[in-house]
Each structure stands twice: as structure tokens, then as C-alpha cells.
Design a protein around this ligand. Structure first.
Ligand code: RAT
Ligand code: ZN
Length: 430
């Protein structure tokens, strides 16, 4: 006889089930040590971890300029400082002289706390000593265990020289079983002439005009890198102005319809579109200089309808797009919504989006990805998101109990498994 849960049971069982369910993190910017370790001092490593990286996360760089005016510390002076000096500056201003109440600040505190460190230190010295005793490889295991993440999906931007050179030097950089590769190709839509120039330099016979040769050669380029990286999907971040179909940007349009869609359909791989990022509205801030804008859900509808053999992972950066996007997902089985991206990755908005999605889509979506850039961030991003997803689910199971449904632990385990892991894995395989 199965055990039916009452309202009191839910408050302990739901968080427990979510904590125990491993997450497959479908979008991060983390790397295995084979890509070089940022803590070795060479400045070249792509694996970022440790206190100085945590505190200089670009979300916090944006926030420190809310409280220390540029007149006091010009941005070029900030960039000329060492990483440790930058971290000291941010720690002092955001964590000591002010209450670290914002989500990105709180994330550093949760991470330190869960690592067993006291987050109340006035300087970073003790943290630095602690991190100096860790080795990157073992630390990855520790973080994955603490965050209960079973697989980390990288972002591998092939048009970025440091990234591409790593792969060209040694294909085996991608072989760490804890990590999966994703081919990231923003310039092919954001800057077609620039992408063409680079592909020609790498030996592909392509031109800005959309000739058959260019189509064939760009396909060859994509197929080469998909094989070489063993990538599990292709990803792009797109501006709010992205439209499909579009007359004004013929090359972009045809890149999607004549090159990308056939390549991915043949390989059965999804296309992840992250739409709504205006890059570099304040370029001096580098990664922190991007802005959000409302995007066009109808373009996603057009793509899903026109390419039924293709699969689309979609996330949008603007809160205003979320309801329409849920409705679009009700129409198309080849559309999988994912994550609360970047400026949406705040408790109030995660809660709102998760409710909206559960109400419109049941459990058939991927509620979150971490977007971690610094490995250690996996700890807080998943801790915070699991809590909110749990709170929303408790409400939803309570509503089911009110409706006379008998909720069991098995149901909660099945829902958690789908939302935190299998919806992503199954969609990739479908
Ligand atoms: O969230 C971030 O760190 C952003 O800077 C971006 O990396 C974004 O997530 C992206 O993948 O483009
Ligand atoms: Zn990202």
C-alpha cells in the first residue's frame, strides 16, 4: 500500500527529493583542467575557480560600479589591476562596507558556507589560503558532489581564438567524462562577413555572397567541428532583433534554413537559441557590458513550424517574453524551453517563471541551467534554484491534494528526475 503524503510531509519530502536528484547542467561556461587552470598564474587557463574568480564574476563587476563611481576608479584602471586587487576592491565595497544582499553577492556567501568556510571574513586572505590547498581536478569532484551535478555541459565558442587553439593543439582536451561539449557559433548570425573572413583563413572556400560553394563549405566547417568536439548540440546567443524569416538579413536567414537546419536534422542534434542579448551597450565593462531586450517569439514559432525535423532548445532573456514562449511550447513538441537566463536568474523571477511553466507545460520543460562561469558557482546556483523549484512544487502538490489526488514520494521523484535531468537528456536523444 503506497504512502500518500499530506501537506506537512511535502515540506520535508519535496526539498529532500530535489536535493537527492542529480542535475545534468545543460549550459555552463566551465571547463575541465585540460583547458588550462586559471589559478596557475599564466593568465591563459579557461578553467576558472577559487575565491578571486568568484568575487570578480562579471555580475559583481557591474554591481561594484553601482557603488564606486567611475570618477573614483576609472574602468581602465580597474582592468589594469591584478585579479587579486580587483577581488579585494569588490569584497571591500560589496561584502564588507555594504550588506551583500543582491543575488550574485549572496551566491558567493552560499558557496563559501557550503564549502565549510565562514562567509563573514573582512578580507580574502583566509579564503585564499584554503583554496591554495585544493587541486583543480579534485576540486571539480568536490564541487560536483556538493552541487549534486552529474554532468557539466560546456560552451565551446569555436570563433574565439583561445578556445579554438586549445582544441587544435589537442583534440583530447574534450575527453574529460565529467564534461560535454557544445559548439557555439554566434558570429555566423551576428556577424556573417566576420565569420566568412575567419572560415576562409582556416581553409574553407566561402564568400559573403550566398553561393552553393559557400553553403557546402560552411556545412563542411560545421560537420568538422561537431565531429571533432563530439558536441551534443549547437548554441547561439542572439540579439532581441533576431527575426525568422527576415528579408533584411538574407545571409542570416539562409544560414539557418540552408545550412544549419539540414546539418542538425541529419545528425539529430538540437539547436539552442538564447535570444534577447544586446551585446556591449557599455563595452568598457567587457562581459558585464551587455543588456537585455524583448525578443520575437513568433520567429521561434516560424522555425519550429518550418523545420519539424529539427529540435530547438529556447531561452529568452526578457521577462516579458516568458508567457508567450510557454504558449509557443504548447504547440510544438520540437521546442524545449530551458533555464532562467542571466538577468532572470533571481529568486523572484525564477519563482514566477517556474510557476508559469508548470501551469502551462506540466513538467515538460527544463527549469534551470547554471550558466556558471566559475566552477564553484555550481554550488550556489543549484542550491538556490533547487530551493525555489521546491517551494513552487510544494504549492502545486498541495493544490493536487486539495483536488483529491493522492501524491506519493514516487511522483515527486519522477518529476524531479524529468525536470533536473531527463527532459534534457531525452530531448538530445529524441
Ligand atoms: O550569463 C553569462 O555569464 C553571460 O555573460 C553569457 O555568457 C551568456 O550566458 C551566454 O552564454 O551568452
Ligand atoms: Zn551562458
Amino acid at each position: 500500500m503506497p504512502d500518500y503524503l499530506d501537506r506537512d510531509d511535502l515540506t520535508t519530502i519535496v526539498p529532500d527529493v530535489l536535493a537527492k536528484q542529480p542535475v545534468t547542467d545543460m549550459h555552463t561556461h566551465c571547463y575541465p583542467p585540460t583547458f588550462g587552470d586559471s589559478s596557475d598564474g599564466s593568465g591563459e587557463g579557461l578553467l576558472l575557480w577559487g575565491i578571486d574568480e568568484l568575487v570578480t564574476y562579471h555580475y559583481l563587476i557591474a554591481e561594484v560600479y553601482r557603488v564606486v563611481p567611475e570618477s573614483e576608479l576609472p574602468i581602465d584602471k580597474f582592468w589594469a589591476m591584478t585579479k587579486a586587487q580587483q577581488a579585494d576592491h569588490i569584497w571591500k565595497n560589496l561584502f564588507v562596507e555594504r550588506t551583500p544582499i543582491g543575488e550574485a553577492c549572496r551566491g558567493v556567501l552560499t558557496t563559501l558556507h557550503k564549502l565549510g568556510l565562514d562567509p563573514n571574513e573582512k578580507t580574502l586572505d583566509n579564503y585564499r589560503k584554503w583554496f591554495a590547498q585544493q587541486t583543480a581536478d579534485q576540486y571539480i569532484d568536490r564541487v560536483m558532489e556538493l552541487a549534486n551535478v552529474d554532468s557539466i555541459t560546456m560552451t565551446n565558442p569555436v570563433f574565439d581564438d583561445p578556445e579554438r587553439l586549445m582544441w587544435e593543439k589537442n583534440q583530447k582536451v574534450g575527453d574529460d567524462p565529467r564534461f560535454e561539449a557544445v559548439l557555439r557559433i554566434d558570429p555566423l548570425l551576428r556577424d556573417w562577413p566576420g565569420a566568412v573572413a575567419k572560415m576562409s583563413a582556416w581553409g574553407y572556400d566561402v564568400s559573403v555572397e550566398f553561393t552553393q560553394k559557400t553553403i557546402d563549405e560552411t556545412k563542411r566547417f560545421l560537420n568538422h567541428w561537431l565531429d571533432y568536439m563530439n558536441a551534443i548540440y549547437v548554441a547561439m546567443s542572439l540579439p532581441p532583433e533576431f527575426r525568422y524569416p527576415s528579408d533584411s538579413d538574407l545571409a542570416g536567414n539562409r544560414f539557418v534554413s540552408d545550412i544549419l537546419m539540414p546539418v542538425l536534422a541529419e545528425r539529430g542534434l538540437p539547436f539552442a537559441m538564447m535570444i534577447g542579448c544586446h551585446q556591449q551597450v557599455k563595452p568598457e565593462l567587457r562581459d558585464a557590458g551587455d543588456m537585455v531586450g524583448k525578443s520575437d517569439v513568433q520567429s521561434v514559432v516560424s522555425l519550429c513550424r518550418e523545420f519539424p525535423k529539427n529540435k530547438f532548445f529556447i531561452t529568452m532573456l526578457s521577462r516579458e517574453n516568458q508567457h508567450e514562449l510557454c504558449v509557443a511550447a504548447r504547440k510544438f513538441g520540437n521546442l524545449m524551453l530551458f533555464g532562467c537566463w542571466w538577468f532572470l536568474n533571481n529568486p523572484s523571477i525564477i519563482e514566477e517563471m517556474t510557476r508559469e511553466r508548470l501551469e502551462l507545460l506540466g513538467t515538460s520543460f527544463i527549469p534551470q541551467h547554471s550558466d556558471a562561469r566559475v566552477l564553484d558557482q555550481l554550488v550556489y546556483k543549484w542550491d538556490h534554484s533547487r530551493r525555489i523549484i521546491g517551494e513552487v512544487l510544494i504549492d502545486k502538490y498541495n493544490d493536487l491534494i486539495t483536488a483529491g489526488y493522492r501524491v506519493q514520494r514516487d511522483h515527486i521523484e519522477r518529476d524531479a528526475r524529468l525536470m533536473l535531468r531527463d527532459n534534457f537528456r531525452d530531448f538530445c536523444k529524441r
